[in-house]
Write a protein that binds this ligand. Structure first.
Ligand code: ADP
Ligand code: MN
Ligand code: MN
Ligand code: MN
Length: 338
């Protein structure tokens, strides 16, 4: 029997790229292989020369369709040269990951997101003052007043598990209708591929509920939490010694580094990193043990053990994990080699 391969890629929409996908019927016994699409419809090519190439990079079972059907995450290439398209940020990460492979870097990424229905976050009132009670009871909450959208979250977790993704956990977040899942720890390229695949599954699962999953960094302005993608990172050396963790955290504050990193951490960080919620102001770099008001946090357990990892709290929910992993791998590994 033939099977269905859902080809998935990241488009050229600015400032935040969207995910796209289309279905290929593949004959029994054949591999999915190279394919193409119309780049003029995705902001990836002019109409006069519209073809872009899809090359499969990560494949897993399709938990939505089941059976022999699969999901195929692709990178985008130029048709004439087969070189990476400018929207293909994965290709550069592959190079950096190879260069620093001896450091055995691991990443764990915490994807926060907001579920929207009928134009507002799930659980938010349709009438009256349009706002729920202030933040407080929602984070890791339980109960019909504290929680909205759990059915979507559970279906998404089931899908990630059935696809074989390294999902590490889920929790309700500080704003009503906001949630999180974590992917990792995994190597740099694997964490980014799997996070993109988990995002695809989130959009796809939510679609069946008539719900829009948003990774906007500040979905509701005002005294409401933004949505981040805290990135936990370690090298072999950091997993063995505290001085290496301290060195890594310090390197992120060196001249020019905070700006370089923020540029790779997603759109709209100025709205989210205000210093009012969850992290330091974007213009200030700080790190500290247990400090959730810092840019980078060293978990208390890590300080106690004397080895482990650190958490960069700055990446936005809408970040490109290929860019985040690349810039972190480069800064941290180069510093540890000095
Ligand atoms: P938080 O307390 O910040 O909410 P979470 O439990 O949501 O933390 O996420 C922590 C993440 O750190 C998990 O995804 C986990 O896989 C990851 N992690 C654990 N150990 C390491 C490590 N040594 N290197 C990198 N990531 C790690
Ligand atoms: Mn978390
Ligand atoms: Mn969180
Ligand atoms: Mn965190």
């Amino acid at each position: 029997m033939s099977y269905r391969a859902e080809y998935i890629w990241i488009d050229g929409t600015v400032p935040v790229p969207l995910m796209r996908s289309k279905t290929k019927i593949v004959k029994d016994g054949q591999e999915p292989g190279i394919w193409g699409f119309d780049g003029s419809s995705t902001n990836q090519a002019p109409g006069s020369n519209s073809d872009c190439v899809l090359r499969p990079v990560f494949t897993c079972p399709d938990p939505i369709r089941g059976g022999d059907d699969i999901l195929v995450l692709c990178e985008v290439l130029l048709p004439d040269t087969m070189k990476p398209h400018k929207t293909n940020t994965r290709a550069d990460l592959v190079k950096v990951a190879k260069k620093y492979a001896s450091h055995e870097m691991w990443f764990g990424m915490e994807q926060e997101y907001t579920l929207f229905q009928e134009g507002r976050p799930m659980g938010w009132p349709a009438e009256g003052y349009y706002y729920p009670a202030p933040q407080g009871p929602y984070y890791c909450g339980v109960g019909a007043i504290e929680i909205a959208g759990r059915e979507v979250v559970e279906a998404h977790t089931d899908a990630c598990l059935a696809a074989g993704l390294e999902i590490a956990g889920t929790n309700a977040e500080v704003m009503l209708g906001q949630w999180e899942f974590q992917i990792g720890p995994l190597s740099p390229v694997a964490v980014a591929d799997q996070l993109w695949m988990a995002r695809y599954l989130l959009y796809r699962v939510a679609e069946d509920f008539g719900v829009n999953a948003s990774i906007a960094a500040k979905p509701i302005m005002g005294d409401w939490n933004g949505a981040g993608c805290h990135t936990n990172f370690s090298t072999k050396e950091m997993r063995e010694s505290f001085p290496a963790i301290d060195k890594a955290c310090k390197s992120l504050g060196e001249k020019g580094k905070p700006e370089e990193h923020l540029a790779a951490y997603g759109h709209g960080f100025e709205d989210r990193l205000t210093g009012q919620h969850e992290t330091a102001h974007w213009s200030e770099y700080r790190y500290g043990v247990s400090d959730r008001g810092a840019s980078v946090r060293i978990p208390w357990q890590v300080a106690k053990d004397g080895f482990g990892y650190a958490e960069d709290r700055r990446p936005n929910a809408n970040c490109d994990p290929y860019l985040v992993a690349r810039v972190l791998a480069h800064t941290v590994c180069a510093a540890l080699e000095k």
